[in-house]
Design a protein around this ligand. Sequence first.
Ligand code: ATP
Length: 224
Amino acid sequence: MTILSVQDISKSFATAGDPLEVLRGVTLELAGGQSLAIVGPSGSGKSTLLQILGTLDRPDGGSVRLDGEDPFELDDTRLAHWRNRRVGFIFQDHHLLPQLSVIENVLVPSLAVGRASAEHVDRANELLDAVGLSGRTTHLPGELSGGERERVAIARALLMRPGLVLADEPTGNLDRRTAESVTAVLQALQKENDAILICVTHSDALAAAMDQRKELVDGQLVAG
Ligand SMILES: Nc1ncnc2c1ncn2[C@@H]1O[C@H](COP(=O)(O)OP(=O)(O)OP(=O)(O)O)[C@@H](O)[C@H]1O
């Protein structure tokens, strides 16, 4: 089972004046199958923390370990490979490639490790079925609704069976009913894959659907 262990993460950004200390000792432990909502006011550092957990940004201090391994010790090429296999990202604006079809978008993570294998194509079709888009595999993202695009992004994030799934406001642009159905799909797939799911959100409904809720206050995670 995947274990995420985050110890004492700190992060500052340079400004014209004093450095802006965004994270000041974030500590967190989660196991496969668990989900966490991170809430907090705008500018409190939620996205910064998510970027660090996903190894898209480096902390100034502290450590992130997945199954005992510190990915920041890898060189850049190995880190990119590690991230592609171990972490699934879902963003509010879904970041789909507009010129690729739905199934090609879902297969993008497999292209980073060579050509999409038959196994990857099967998995992509299975996931598109699970998110209710089996009839739309050859459509372009521009031909889908916002909720459908978000569901494509969920399928893409889960393609490589990552142990860690990170979502930044996955329901931010959606109406309430669509947000509910996207949340349900995300949760069902996360549980089925025994992944750790961390959602950054301003939505009380999404936060309530997660097992735990924590708030970023003064750069630290506290019971929210
Ligand atoms: N690359 C950067 N350089 C300088 N400052 C940054 C950088 N990234 C973030 N910040 C600052 O760090 C603080 C935290 O930003 P972050 O995006 O993590 O907040 P957030 O909690 O996700 O906010 P929101 O809810 O509005 O998305 C903000 O004051 C932001 O301006």
